[in-house]
Design a protein around this ligand. Structure first.
Ligand SMILES: [Zn+2]
Length: 232
């Protein structure tokens, strides 16, 4: 392995990496990710509100039906009351009418509660809609900023990448494959020198046997951080 060439390759790769990070960590990129999350949450809220509204409407319809039934029963009883009834029958009839009146009052109360709930749902829905529209506007602003940054950075990455490709051809291909796999695993720098008998990446002290192996082979994979250690 020609360590000079490898270090030159890694140093160029690091420039590309910094540019990639500049893109990934741009405030606009973070803002876009945040807004995407917000839009998703708003969609869930809207779906839940629709479900709640549907339940309220169903309950309202049931209450109306109960109310109509109660009124019909009440009318029947009222007609019956007019007929010649014994004192006992009359008392039973009045009792039933009072029960139904109480039942109707409860239904009316419940219907008012449902109406309040539907109003609350509508206002929450309106809120969610406003949040969504606001997020959409902000999203398009950040998207434009990000595009401008990409237009500035991507050509630089492209230029460096073509230089990197030229250097690649001069490297050992087995090593290159290993390097790329580590880079993809977010291990960077991939290649580090041995420092005071320790790994130059994670500073773990190397056992004598490993140092001997490093001296013999010229390189060694760190057992702790999996970087490739070379001898200076
Ligand atoms: Zn290490």
């Amino acid at each position: 392995m020609n360590i000079e060439k490898i270090l030159e390759f890694q140093s160029l790769d690091n420039e590309i990496r910094k540019l990639e990070q500049q893109l990934a960590n741009s405030p606009d990129q973070k803002a876009i990710e945040g807004l995407q999350k917000l839009v998703k949450e708003t969609q869930t809220t809207s779906a839940n509100l629709e479900k709640e509204a549907e339940n309220s409407v169903n309950e309202y319809q049931k209450m109306q039906k109960s109310s109509q039934d109660a009124i019909a029963t009440m009318n029947n009883l009222a007609a019956k009351k007019e007929q010649s009834l014994s004192e006992e029958e009359y008392a039973a009839c009045v009792k039933q009418l009072n029960n139904i009146a109480g039942f109707l009052a409860n239904i009316e109360k419940r219907i008012m509660q449902i109406a309040d709930k539907v109003n609350a749902i509508l206002s929450e829905y309106e809120n969610a809609k406003q949040n969504y529209n606001h997020a959409k506007q902000k999203h398009s602003m950040h998207k434009n900023n990000l595009l401008a940054l990409q237009q500035q950075i991507l050509p630089q990455i492209e230029q460096l990448s073509s230089k990197l490709a030229t250097l690649e051809s001069g490297l050992d291909q087995t090593f290159l494959k290993k390097y790329k796999a580590k880079r993809a695993d977010r291990i960077f720098p991939v290649v580090v020198p041995m420092r005071d008998n320790s790994c130059g990446g994670c500073m773990m002290e190397l056992p004598m046997a490993q140092i001997e192996k490093l001296k013999k082979d010229g390189f060694l994979e760190c057992e702790s951080c999996h970087r490739i250690i070379y001898l200076k």
